[in-house]
Ligand binder design. Sequence first.
Ligand code: SAM
Length: 224
Amino acid sequence: MPSFAKRSYAPSNGSRSDAEIMFDDHCALDLSATEFRLFSDLLRDRCGLHFDEANRYLVEKRVARRIVECDVGSFASYLYQLRQGPHAEEEFSKLVDSLTTNETYFFRERAQIGALVSEIIPEMLSRQGARKRPVSIWSAGCSSGEEPFSIVMMALQANLAPGRDFRVYASDISRAVLSKARRGIYREASFRETEGFMRRHYFARRKASCVSPTRSSAMSISCT
Ligand SMILES: C[S@@+](CC[C@H](N)C(=O)[O-])C[C@H]1O[C@@H](n2cnc3c(N)ncnc32)[C@H](O)[C@@H]1O
């Protein structure tokens, strides 16, 4: 039976949730090498997420936070909940949400999207000859939707027509970010690389500091 040593973590730089504070103060746990392997195997087998030794501290900290939030007390009990608990699927999804890094903003990969819309899509369309079909673009790991919306905006700027020339599909392993993508409401941080004219043309202001895209019909979003 694995043993669970108590340990204190250094405070993180960002703001800490109640669960994190409670975790740091009272119930820090060490993840043994065997437990780390069990968690990393489970994550790899169930959803293809790969964590090696270099990520062990991250996995330990994020899993421990879920242990506090679920009030199950140990890594072994939590692993049992993930495998056979009454809410195993829902909990697995929450764990995945907590382990993924969802950093994104509009035009984060401007050069790649530029190449896609100005070279790759036109070339694929021209190769099709007379019987043209729209090129399907898959933003796999779309986070909260800034990447697929950026593709749509740049394609429209390049005079490509949604439905006729291209369609964008977007998916992500994290349900939390996908629901943000479906909502399509963005705050200032998402626009750090967006020119003013693009923002004015493609987005409408909703409430203070919230804007949403006005032309999203060329995009569909699904869970991976
Ligand atoms: C750093 S974000 C990048 C988002 C966007 N592609 C961009 O460049 O702005 C990576 C995203 O990939 C997702 N992700 C990681 N592994 C995945 C997998 N195996 N299947 C689907 N999505 C995955 C994460 O949940 C996260 O939202």
